[in-house]
Design a protein around this ligand. Structure first.
Ligand SMILES: Cc1ncc(C[n+]2csc(CCOP(=O)(O)OP(=O)(O)O)c2C)c(N)n1
Ligand code: SF4
Ligand SMILES: [Mg+2]
Length: 309
């Protein structure tokens, strides 16, 4: 995106017939050096996104990376492929447009807990209920990192921040419960401190035909150091996988898993198969095209307006 020299490489390589391309490596997909604080959990998530792209050979013209605003939302700057760093909280609405108009692409959206659940709360609910085909990774650090430590919707009670100097008094939202109840058809939980698991969840989300949501704990070492120690075995915590006998199609069971106190479990909580908005709209569009066959665009538009009278 920000490196014109590399952009021309993308275009040249994209024009090559299938089979002539050299395998895609991290070199072709990484752009600027990430500017996060040393030790930030976001580094791991980005590295695993690169790894997934490399493993699955997702060439630049097959994917797009979208984000809102926040530290985690800097993602598209660091990926040498198509993408957009959009308005705070509005990443999902932009990404929905991309997904619906370009069903051949896989759309990945990255962002923070504030972006997703404060200003973007409405967009989250509606994108989930519409089952728009895209993957949304919320890098949850329980704080507003970019703006230097305000309480976020996932900050636990008692968290001291610049907006709650005596400690947070508002009950936090539970991203997993929120995703399940909004109608997301794939809901998973992972943590930056377990790279293999992050990769597994990202690949499973990529393969899902629908709205896939991943809550990825990603520590803000600057403003919420140690937040996730209880989930990290290297810090004396516990990383428990979703039990093998958990039925991912059972919404009630998923909700029960999501209700556990921290650190809870990690893995796929819920997964269902239901038609996407992409598929349903494609059917409606095909029917309309057939009905209006032979008419000019302006005539179709006129007819549509006439029906609204
Ligand atoms: C409309 C609007 N309101 C507020 C802001 C200021 N702002 C930028 S990022 C952010 C929150 C970032 O927190 P989060 O989404 O959790 O991302 P993090 O930085 O923690 O990764 C806020 C409030 C903004 N950029 N635009
Ligand atoms: S402020 Fe926090 S979230 Fe932002 S880059 Fe630094 S450690 Fe990461
Ligand atoms: Mg945050």
């Amino acid at each position: 995106m920000s490196n014109p020299a590399n952009t021309s490489v993308i275009e040249t390589v994209a024009a090559l017939p299938a089979g002539i391309r050299k395998p895609l490596t991290k070199k072709e997909i990484s752009s600027d050096h990430p500017t996060w604080c040393p030790g930030c959990g976001d580094f791991a998530v980005l590295a695993l996104y690169f790894k997934m792209i490399e493993r699955r050979q997702l060439w630049q013209e097959k994917i797009t990376t979208v984000s809102g605003i926040g530290c985690s939302s800097r993602f598209p700057y660091f990926v040498q492929a198509h993408g957009a760093h959009f308005i705070h909280g509005r990443a999902l609405s932009f990404a929905s447009g991309v997904s619906l108009s370009r069903p051949d692409l896989h759309v990945f959206v990255f962002g923070g807990d504030g972006d997703a659940f404060s200003i973007g709360g409405n967009h989250f609910t509606h994108t989930a209920r519409k089952n728009i085909k895209l993957t949304y990774v919320v890098m949850d650090n329980w704080v507003y990192g970019l703006t230097k430590k305000q309480t976020s919707p996932t900050s636990p009670l008692g968290f001291k921040s610049k907006t709650d100097i005596w400690g947070a008094v508002d009950y936090p939202i539970n991203p997993m419960k929120q995703a399940i109840s909004a109608g997301a058809s794939f809901v998973a939980r992972t943590t930056h401190s377990n790279p293999n698991h992050v990769l597994q969840m990202m690949e499973a989300a990529l393969d899902h035909d629908g709205f896939s949501f991943i809550e990825c704990l990603s520590e803000c070492v600057e403003f919420y150091d140690g937040a996730f120690d209880a989930s990290n075995p290297r810090k004396g915590g516990k990383f428990n996988l979703v039990p093998a006998d958990h039925d991912v199609t059972d919404e009630q069971a998923a909700y029960k898993l999501a209700s556990e106190p921290f650190p809870g479990h990690f893995g796929i909580f819920y997964k269902s198969t239901k038609p996407t908005k992409n598929a349903k709209e494609a059917t409606v569009n095909a029917g309309a095209m057939e009905k209006f066959k032979g008419l000019k665009d302006w005539q179709i538009l006129q007819k549509t307006f006439d029906r609204m009278k």
